[in-house]
Design a protein around this ligand. Structure first.
Ligand SMILES: [Zn+2]
Length: 216
């Protein structure tokens, strides 16, 4: 029997945590029901706010931008790898990815579940487990089409970010990245279909998206 869709997205608001140096999310009421007959807001936010996608252009001047991606790159089959039970700032190696779930087929979306979304909104969220560079190479070699995670980055975030090796390996090979997912533990099967649909912002290096497990 088909399972129900599951929302994997954090709600955006002014308290959405962002990296130091990124613009904070701001919202301002412009029209109100009482005064104007309808409600409308202005929002200000960075392109990497909340649950969002990184396009290759984020790190590579000649890389793909979000609006040029065919919709077939954003909707499709994926596997969830179980990497829960890790300590703060622990390193994940490719050998562990290999053991953490079903085989990755070319084009698959690969969802890395660490359970770190439970620390969303606390300083600990940025002291998350992160991937060794050999994970980036392994994911590229598997033919992953997209790599998503329930942490703010595949690379180390705290204590010096070390040049973003996994971002560079994945985006350099055209593999999309989705950061700040939530609720991966609610997905009932290791294999299923997903949709990751960013705002179609022209020429964008990244954008918030709605992430959905569609069913198995
Ligand atoms: Zn990003």
């Amino acid at each position: 029997m088909a399972s129900a869709p599951i929302d994997l997205t954090h709600a955006l608001d002014v308290d959405t945590p962002v990296f130091a140096g990124d613009p904070p999310l701001a919202r301002q009421t412009v029209l109100t029901h009482g005064r104007d007959g309808c409600h409308l807001e202005r929002i200000t936010l960075g392109t990497h706010t909340g649950t969002h996608m990184d396009a290759p252009f984020h790190f590579f001047a000649d890389g793909d931008r979000l609006d040029g991606l065919p919709i077939s790159r954003l909707v499709g089959p994926g596997v969830r790898l179980d990497l829960c039970g890790r300590r703060e700032e622990s390193v994940i190696w490719a050998a562990e990815l290999r053991r953490a779930g079903p085989e990755v087929n070319p084009g698959d979306f690969v969802l890395l579940m660490t359970g770190w979304d439970r620390f969303w909104g606390t300083p600990r969220y940025f002291r998350h487990p992160y991937l060794a560079p050999d994970c980036g190479r392994w994911l590229v070699d598997c033919g992953a089409g997209l790599v998503g995670m329930d942490t703010p980055s595949p690379d180390r975030s705290a204590g010096g970010r070390g040049g973003y090796p996994v971002h560079r390996l994945l985006l350099g090979a055209g593999v999309l990245i989705v950061e700040n997912l939530r609720g991966l533990a609610r997905i009932p099967a290791a294999r299923g279909n997903y949709a990751f649909l960013p705002l179609k912002l022209k020429g964008a290096d990244g954008a918030p998206l709605r992430a959905v497990f569609l069913g198995s």
